[in-house]
Design a protein around this ligand. Structure first.
Ligand SMILES: Nc1nc(=O)c2c([nH]1)NC[C@@H]1CN(c3ccc(C(=O)N[C@@H](CCC(=O)O)C(=O)O)cc3)C=[N+]21
Length: 296
């Protein structure tokens, strides 16, 4: 068997064209959604991610606002930038690109974001609502990568009901929140959260119907560890040297040979990354719809 592809690029494109219609409805009411990005320092990867987000916005008709601050910015000046965006009516949602430099208290920054403008869905209030299930169906933003994974599987007709999902990785953006979504009654999966300190990872993987690999360790999940017909989501991103060209390239947590045993594979790149970006746009459009009373 070779896995069918969970095509994140095509699915994200479909979501974007649906969003463009919703943005038109808002624009007709005189309300243009606006995404702002706050970028600190000059890390090339962060710059390229943020540039991608602005391109996405343009395609959907969302206006975009950029704030760029130097790598040595003080906590106070970064907080000032956050306060400005909280006050700015043209900014209906925003993100602070992570990671932030060492002198910055990241959690204090994330907490300062107005939860109604939190495009990442990572504000403690919004994560708390996820725990409490009060954002069912859509009263507050969901974290983008978990929401993107659910949407990607749903749009390919991959059923999660009663399935055992093994998540590898305990990061704040993926591993910790994803189980809260997958165990909701309407999805009804069973979730095991494993991480790099898990002793019997092999035993867990052998039982997994679905593997969400989000540890950021290149090719850590091998073909001989997974069940025949498992669904694989490759989420972690690393830059490794391509042995053929000697150049750095992006790669995921799943060994490419594992595709031979899987029923479905979301590749990396081309899988969950574009979905994460699409869900960011969903959050921005929905926060604007909520403000207009279109969504509750
Ligand atoms: N506040 C904040 N929110 C984030 O959502 C956030 C962040 N900080 N910091 C960094 C990570 C990383 N991240 C990615 C999103 C999309 C792709 C993506 O679309 N990747 C393409 C490949 C892009 C390329 O080739 O460079 C793909 O997977 O096909 C990658 C990485 C969001 N992050």
């Amino acid at each position: 068997m070779t896995a069918q592809i969970l095509d994140g690029r095509a699915t994200a494109a479909a979501i974007k064209s649906e969003l463009a219609e919703r943005v038109k409805v808002l624009a007709d009411k005189g309300r243009v959604p606006g995404l702002a990005t706050v970028l600190v320092g000059d890390d090339p990867a962060s710059h390229s991610y943020v540039a991608g987000k602005h391109r996405d916005c343009e395609q959907v008709g969302i206006s975009s606002i950029r704030k760029e601050l130097p790598a040595d910015v003080s906590q106070e000046d970064l907080e000032k930038a956050i306060d400005e965006l909280n006050e700015d009516p043209a900014c209906t949602g925003y993100i602070v690109q992570l990671p932030l430099p060492d002198q910055i208290d990241t959690n204090a920054i994330l907490e300062r974001i107005d939860p109604a403008k939190d495009a990442d869905g990572l504000h403690p209030t919004n994560l708390g609502r996820l725990v409490l299930n009060v954002n069912e169906p859509m009263t507050s933003p969901l974290p983008c990568t978990p929401a993107g994974i659910v949407e990607l599987l749903d749009r390919h007709g991959v059923e999660l009901k009663g399935k055992h999902v093994v998540v590898v990785g305990r990061g704040v953006t993926v591993g910790r929140p994803i189980g809260l979504l997958l165990t909701r009654r309407e999805i009804n999966a069973t979730v095991t959260l494993a991480h790099t300190g898990t002793q019997n990872l092999g035993e867990l993987l052998a039982q997994a119907d679905v593997v969400v690999a989000a540890a950021g360790r290149p090719h850590m999940i091998k073909a001989d560890q997974i069940k025949d017909g498992a669904v694989l989501l490759d989420v972690g991103v690393s830059r490794i040297e391509d042995p053929e060209t000697g150049k750095k390239k992006l790669t995921g947590d799943i060994d490419p040979a594992a595709a031979e045993k899987a029923s479905w594979l979301s590749p990396n790149p081309g899988g969950v990354g574009p979905m994460t970006r699409a869900m960011l746009l969903v959050n921005v459009v929905e926060s604007c719809e909520r403000a207009e009373g279109i969504l509750q």
